[in-house]
Structures are given as C-alpha cells and as structure tokens.
Design a protein around this ligand. Sequence first.
Ligand code: 5GP
Ligand code: ZN
Length: 111
Amino acid sequence: MSDCLFCKIIAGEIPSTQVYQDEHIVVFNDIAPKAPTHVLVVPRKHIASLNEAEPADSELLSHIMLTLPKLAQQLGLNDGFRTVLNTGKGGGQEVFHIHFHVLGGGKMPFA
Ligand code: 5GP
Ligand code: ZN
C-alpha cells in the first residue's frame, strides 16, 4: 500500500521511534502520546482494519495478542497496561492499517 502512513513507517520511509520488532510486527511510539507510555503495535502486513481481517490472519492476530505482555514488560509496564483497537471511522480509527494501541505508565483512564 504505497499511500499508507504505517506501511511507509514500516519501510523506514517515514521516521519513527521503534521499541520492538520481529518477523511479523513493528512497534513504535505514538507521535501524540495519550499516556506516559503509548506505543502502536503494527503488523508488517497491510490489513486496513479489523473489518478486513480474514481467517488467514488468525495466527498473526494471536501472535500480536501474545506478544503484548512481553512488550509491556520490556516497556516497564509492570502494573498493567491498556490495549485499544479502534475499528472504522465510527470507532475512532484514523490510520487505516490495523494497529493496537498499548498505553500505560500513569493513572487511568487513558484515551
Ligand atoms: P487510530 O486513531 O487510527 O486508532 O490511531 C492512529 C494513531 O496514530 C494516533 O494515536 C496518532 O497519534 C498516531 N499517528 C498519526 N500519525 C503518526 C505518525 O506519523 N507517526 C506516529 N508515530 N504516530 C502517528
Ligand atoms: Zn499499510
């Protein structure tokens, strides 16, 4: 997806502060953090939103969910963390490349 902001960030065409990456996902700081720690967990595969996810994406989505605790630990979120997945315009989604927000490190509620 040549006009997708997150595809460009993943390709290194737009700078970001990466905190984690593996074969399937890239994690970087949100440019407008809504909590002391606010990162975006983004699959390398372009999926526009949860509405476009398919059964073939099951392993990828479960990989993301199971990586979150490891990531939270790496980020020092030892008390816990919030995960947000906005889907569609009505769900507050602004960037149409699926991503999970991970927020923490302060007093709830966030975002
Ligand atoms: P959404 O509303 O789609 O769930 O979340 C999009 C998020 O992407 C927002 O929290 C916004 O601050 C973040 N964002 C938008 N543009 C950029 C950017 O260029 N770089 C980074 N790191 N984050 C961005
Ligand atoms: Zn994309």
